[in-house]
Design a protein around this ligand. Structure first.
Ligand code: NAI
Length: 345
């Protein structure tokens, strides 16, 4: 029996993790609290911890996990910017779920885009009050518009396919352009200058932090629609708010927010919102915020649980490498898996 402390557990996580855990003799203890320096002690006596996007897995947390004999940090997400991979190397293995339903995220980005440009959110509220006026609901056709996609990995490519179905022109920027993909790659500046809509599908790294900032917004077309379903830190939220107030940014569709860790995933409707910036963004008529729900489909939840349990089992039972291990030293996970065929340490 492998014992796992499951941090930041939500009701929607439990059924699928319980199901796959039972099949493979993995026992989860579901904890409502997030993992951080104050809560790391709860992992005492466990073989592994299972964490999500807003758990804070710093060097201090990792060192304490190591001291307590915890062998594995199993991320149940694709992104891993909240884990200090460098500090974990040689101490605690780290695995993630590289893909669970890229369709879920790409489709959510499209849902946000359509909602925004056709004012569905406003129409929904109006008709519930029997207000059938169309004033102020004029949208625009997506057909013929240019969408700039930053990051053409699993999610970005599906997003591009959907956009093509709408008859949009697609341009893209990626650090590693996909060869023979038929995608028109341009420089970041050109993407900013030509796009009517910009959608972010790259990871949050030192290079991509605030990739959308004052300077970038300055280069964009007036009325640009910005979609972020990747990580909040890709956008400098102050700059975005300024761009909206200056009428430069036509709309923003945000599933993620830089300071979301202590806000998202919880019902805060009865509380005073302390984050002035988020309050201001939400108050804008042309901003739609969802609380990091792009992944939240039945298919994705099942795939996340199945892959996470497989990752955990492979790390404890196989002599070989952990499936989906994140290795700081190899840097490139694909390369690591292909070349090493063994545990990273
Ligand atoms: P992926 O790894 O398949 O693709 C990422 C792409 O970004 C790659 O093509 C890579 O070359 C590119 N990239 C890396 N550094 C870059 C840079 N500096 N500039 C431009 N492009 C760069 O990842 P996938 O599965 O498509 O996921 C993308 C992101 O979506 C994840 O990093 C994660 O943050 C986010 N995500 C959000 C979810 C949500 O619920 N909102 C759920 C799942 C993922």
């Amino acid at each position: 029996m492998i014992k796992v402390a499951f941090y930041d557990a939500k009701a929607y996580d439990m059924p699928s993790f319980e199901k796959y855990g039972k099949l493979h003799d993995v026992q989860f203890r579901f904890l409502e609290t997030k993992l951080n320096e104050d809560t790391v002690e709860l992992a005492k006596g466990y073989d592994a911890v299972c964490v999500f996007v807003n758990d804070s897995v710093t060097k201090t947390v990792i060192d304490r996990l190591y001291e307590m004999g915890v062998k594995l940090i199993a991320l149940r997400s694709a992104g891993y910017n909240n884990v200090d991979i460098r500090s974990a190397f040689g101490k605690v293995h780290v695995v993630h779920v590289p893909a669970y339903s890229p369709y879920a995220v790409a489709e959510h980005a499209i849902a946000l885009l359509l909602t925004s440009v056709r004012r569905i959110h406003k129409a929904y509220n109006r008709t519930r009050e029997f207000n059938f006026s169309l004033n102020g609901l004029t949208g625009f056709d997506l057909h013929g518009k240019t969408v700039g996609v930053i990051g053409t990995g699993r999610i970005g490519r599906i997003f591009i396919d959907i956009c093509r179905g709408f008859g949009m022109n697609v341009i893209a920027y990626d650090y590693y352009p996909a060869k023979d993909s038929g995608i028109e790659y341009v420089t970041l500046d050109e993407l900013f200058m030509r796009s009517d809509i910009i959608s972010l599908h790259c990871p949050l790294t030192d290079e991509t932090r605030h990739i959308i900032n004052d300077e970038a917004i300055g280069k964009m077309k007036k009325g640009v629609v910005i979609i972020n379903t990747s990580r909040g830190g890709l956008i400098d939220s102050e700059a975005l708010l300024d761009g909206i107030k200056a009428r430069k940014v036509g709309a923003a569709c945000l599933d993620v927010y830089e300071e979301e860790a202590d806000i998202f995933f919880e019902d805060r409707s009865g509380h005073i919102m302390n984050d002035e910036l988020l309050s201001r963004l939400i108050s804008m008529p042309n901003v739609i915020v969802t609380s990091h729900q792009a992944f939240l489909t039945e298919e994705a939840l099942n795939n996340i649980a199945e892959t996470t349990v497989n990752n955990i089992v492979s790390c404890f039972e196989k002599d070989g490498m952990c499936d989906n291990e994140l290795c700081y030293r190899c840097g490139n996970i694909e390369h690591c898996k292909k070349e090493r065929k063994e545990r990273c340490f």
